[in-house]
Design a binder for this molecule. Structure first.
Ligand code: NAD
Length: 467
C-alpha cells in the first residue's frame, strides 16, 4: 500500500460507513473548524507572517475573518440546504412526485495555493464538510509554515476518520490524483490547473478549478479619483499584490491616467508611508524566485513611481507604470505582485474590446458613473465576477458564487454554491403502481384515443397510426 492510498482508503471506508452523512456530524465539524481557527488565531497569524509577511489584521480580514463568516453562514443554513427540494412533474407523468436529493460525493481532494494559504484550503473544506464528504486537504508546500500549522491542528480538532492533511509538493499531489477520488477542488495557476484536470480526466473525476489570470480595471473621469485610487491600490497591494482577485492592470485614457496617478501615489503613502519597505503593514513576496520574476517584468517599463526591488528582502515597492505596451511581458502573464501597469485606451468601448480579446478574467472592476457604460460592461464582457466601485470585496459575499470562467476557472463556491459544488443533485421520482397510468406509453401503438391523449399530455400532435 502506498502512502497516498493509505491516506485515501480509510476516508473511503469512513464515507461508506455513513459517518459523515448526518446533520449532527456536519454541524459538529463546522463548529470544531471554527473553534480551531479562533483558539489558534495567533498561531495562524504567526504562520502567515512567516510565509508572507502578512500583518495580523490583514490575516484577520482576508483569511480568518472570511472563513469564520463562511462557517457561520453555512451553520445558519445547513439544515435548509440539506432538505430535499420537491419539484413539479409534468402532467404526463402524474400521478407521482419528484424531488432533488442532495447527496455527498464521497472522498474529495482539495489542493491549495500559497497566496492565501489558509483561506483557500479551508473555504472549500467548509463546503465539503457541509455537504457530508470526507476530505483530504493538500496545502501549498511553498507556504510551509501555514501548511505545518494545519497539519498539526486539523487532526486535533476535526474527525481524523474523515479529514486528513497531506503535506507535500507536485509529486505527492500527482500521486494523490492517481487515487480513486470523487471530486478534485484545485486552486492555483492555470498551468497547474491543466495538469490537474488532465490527471483527473484519466479517472473521470470531476474537477473544480479556481485559477488566476489578469483582472482588469476600467476607470473614466466621471468618478471621484481619490476614492477610486485608494480602493484600486488597496486591492492591488493587499498581500503585496499576491491575490487572485487583485486588479492586475488599469485601462484608462491618457488624460484619466494623468489625473489618477497622483492619487494612486498619495494612496500608497497614506497606507504604507513614504518607505513601504519598513512598513509592518506591507507584505513580502513569497520567495526570492518570485521577486526576481517581478524584477524581470519591470525591466524597460515606463515606471511612474516605485520600481525598487530587493531580492534578498523579498521586497518589491508599490509600483505604477504609465503607458504599458500591450505587447510587453507584463501584459502577457498574471503579475501577482504590487505592480500596476496602466494601458492607454481611448474609450470605454476600446477597453471592452481589449478585455474581450484576451482570456476571460477572474474579475473585472469598473469605476464609472455613466449608466450606459456600466450596462455595456455587464452585457459585453465576460469574467468570473464584475464589480463596480471596489476590487476584491465581492468574495466576502457568501451568496455570490466565487469562481472563474474560461481560462480563469471551472465551477464556483462560497455559501450555498460550495454546498452545491460538493453535492450530487440526485433526481428522485416516486410513481405509484396503481393506477397504472403508464399504459399510454406501452405498445401496441396506434388508436385514436391514445393519439388524442398523447397530444393532450405531451403536446406532440398527430394520432399515431398502426403500421
Ligand atoms: P500553483 O498552481 O503553482 O500551485 C497550486 C497547488 O498545486 C500547490 O498545492 C502545489 O503543490 C500544487 N502543484 C504544483 N504543481 C503541481 C503539479 N505539477 N501537479 C499537481 N499539483 C501541483 O499555484 P500557486 O503558485 O500556489 O498560486 C498562485 C496561482 O493561483 C495564481 O495563478 C493565482 O491567480 C491562482 N489563485 C487563484 C485563486 C482563485 O480563487 N481563483 C486564488 C488564489 C490563487
Amino acid at each position: 500500500m502506498t502512502a497516498e492510498s493509505a491516506a485515501v482508503d480509510p476516508l473511503r471506508r469512513a464515507f461508506e460507513s455513513g459517518l459523515t452523512r448526518p446533520y449532527r456530524w456536519r454541524r459538529s465539524q463546522l463548529l470544531e473548524l471554527r473553534r480551531m481557527l479562533l483558539d489558534n488565531r495567533q498561531a495562524f497569524e504567526n504562520a502567515l507572517t512567516q510565509d508572507l509577511g502578512k500583518h495580523p489584521v490583514e490575516s484577520d480580514i482576508t483569511e480568518i475573518g472570511v472563513l469564520v463568516g463562511e462557517i457561520d453562514h453555512a451553520l445558519r443554513r445547513l439544515k435548509r440546504w440539506m432538505r430535499p427540494s420537491p419539484v413539479h412533474i409534468p402532467l404526463a407523468l402524474a400521478p407521482g412526485s419528484a424531488r432533488i436529493v442532495h447527496e455527498p460525493l464521497g472522498v474529495v481532494l482539495i489542493i491549495g495555493p500559497w497566496n492565501c494559504p489558509l483561506q483557500l484550503i479551508l473555504a472549500p473544506l467548509i463546503g465539503a464538510l457541509a455537504a457530508g464528504n470526507t476530505a483530504i486537504i493538500k496545502p501549498s508546500e511553498i507556504a510551509a509554515a501555514t501548511s505545518a500549522t494545519l497539519a498539526d491542528l486539523v487532526p486535533r480538532y476535526l474527525d481524523r476518520r474523515a479529514i486528513r492533511v497531506v503535506e507535500g509538493d507536485a509529486d505527492i499531489t500527482g500521486k494523490l490524483l492517481e487515487q480513486r477520488l470523487d471530486h478534485v477542488f484545485f486552486t492555483g495557476s492555470e498551468q497547474v490547473g491543466r495538469v490537474v484536470a488532465a490527471a483527473a480526466a484519466k479517472t473521470l473525476t470531476p474537477v473544480t478549478l479556481e485559477l488566476g489570470g489578469k483582472s482588469p480595471v476600467y476607470i473614466d473621469g466621471t468618478v471621484d479619483a481619490a476614492v477610486a485610487a485608494r480602493r484600486i491600490m488597496w486591492g492591488k497591494l493587499l498581500n503585496a499584490g499576491q491575490t487572485c482577485v487583485a486588479p492586475d492592470y488599469v485601462l484608462a485614457t491618457p488624460a484619466t491616467a494623468r489625473a489618477l496617478i497622483p492619487h494612486l501615489q498619495r494612496a500608497v503613502r497614506q497606507m504604507y508611508g513614504t518607505d513601504p519597505e519598513s512598513s509592518d503593514d506591507y507584505g513580502s513576496i513569497i520567495t526570492e524566485k518570485h521577486t526576481r520574476r517581478l524584477a524581470a517584468l519591470l525591466e524597460g517599463q515606463p515606471v511612474s513611481f516605485g520600481g525598487a526591488v530587493s531580492v534578498p528582502k523579498r521586497f518589491v515597492a508599490p509600483t505604477v507604470i504609465d503607458g504599458a505596451s500591450p505587447s510587453s511581458a507584463i501584459m502577457h502573464e498574471e503579475i501577482f505582485g504590487p505592480v500596476l501597469p496602466i494601458v492607454h485606451v481611448h474609450s470605454a468601448e476600446e477597453a471592452r474590446a481589449f478585455i474581450r480579446a484576451r482570456p476571460k478574467p477572474l474579475a473585472t472592476y469598473v469605476f464609472t458613473r455613466d449608466g450606459g457604460v456600466r450596462k455595456a460592461f455587464v452585457a459585453e464582457t465576460s469574467s468570473g465576477a464584475l464589480s463596480f466601485g471596489a476590487p476584491a470585496v465581492h468574495l466576502g459575499a457568501p451568496k455570490l458564487p466565487f469562481g472563474g470562467v474560461g481560462a480563469s476557472g471551472v465551477g464556483s463556491y462560497h455559501g450555498k454554491h460550495s454546498f452545491t459544488t460538493f453535492s450530487h443533485a440526485k433526481a428522485v421520482l416516486d410513481k405509484p403502481l396503481h393506477p397504472d397510468s403508464m399504459r399510454l406509453a406501452y405498445p401496441p401503438y396506434g388508436g385514436r384515443l391514445k393519439g388524442l391523449l398523447l397530444w393532450l399530455l405531451t403536446g406532440v400532435r398527430g394520432a399515431p397510426r398502426s403500421r
